[in-house]
Design a protein around this ligand. Structure first.
Ligand code: GAR
Length: 206
């Protein structure tokens, strides 16, 4: 059966759309079981509905982090999700959530981690003056953008870059590597050893 994805987002949802496009084009063997947002007005939620997908708002107002996460986890379990994909989901997850999906939560971040975690990663890269930045797909742990790294893509920083131009070039790479990382994990092609995510050696069938 095709792997069932639960997508969590807080904003425009371009990474979600890229994943959905890869699936539609047959380039990612998966299905989107549910899209959940903590922001009722997130454009990504509306885009999911337009594609005929289950799209749910779960509000966090008045709830502790763990209470909110319990609601998320129970919805994701009801939907029998195999993999949780954070796609611009701007909340830290509680240990309850992390333990509910061990090595089954992925995040995309717009820098070459561990450089520039947190908000405005592209602006942080510009201000620091690095010549190369990029994006990272990683397993989620309890820290901020700190879990074991699955895939990265490198993007050069140009002299005339603004936050907008740099972000756009990074985003194009995000849209490619996220689906590739999802496929690797769904196909059990990765093995986590400490901080390292190693590729499982494939044995050739004759
Ligand atoms: C993306 O650039 C993603 O890497 C970033 O938020 C943006 C969401 O865009 N995530 C983080 O910074 C996580 N720390 P999108 O809603 O268009 O996918």
């Amino acid at each position: 059966m095709r792997g069932r994805l639960g997508i969590l987002l807080s904003g425009r949802g371009s990474n979600f759309e890229a994943i959905a496009d890869h699936i539609e084009r047959g380039e990612l063997d998966a299905q989107i079981a549910v899209v959940i947002s903590n922001a009722s007005q997130a454009p990504g939620l509306e885009k999911a509905r337009q594609r005929g997908l289950e799209a749910i708002f779960i509000g966090s107002k008045g709830l502790s982090r763990e209470e909110f996460d319990r609601r998320l986890v129970s919805t994701l379990k009801e939907e029998q999700v195999d993999l949780v994909c954070l796609a611009g989901f701007m909340r830290l997850l509680s240990s309850y959530f992390i333990k509910s999906f061990p090595h089954r939560i992925l995040n995309i971040h717009p820098s070459l981690l561990p450089s520039f975690p947190g908000l405005n990663a592209q602006q942080q890269a510009l201000e620091h003056g690095v010549k190369y930045t990029g994006c990272t797909v990683h397993f989620v742990d309890e820290g901020l953008d700190s879990g074991p790294i699955i895939l990265q893509a490198v993007v050069p920083v140009l002299d005339n870059d603004t936050e907008q131009t740099l972000s756009a070039r990074i985003l194009a790479e995000e849209h490619e590597i996220y689906s590739r990382a999802i496929q690797l994990v769904l196909d059990n092609q990765t093995r986590v050893e400490g901080r390292r995510v190693l590729r499982v050696a494939t044995t050739e069938c004759t």
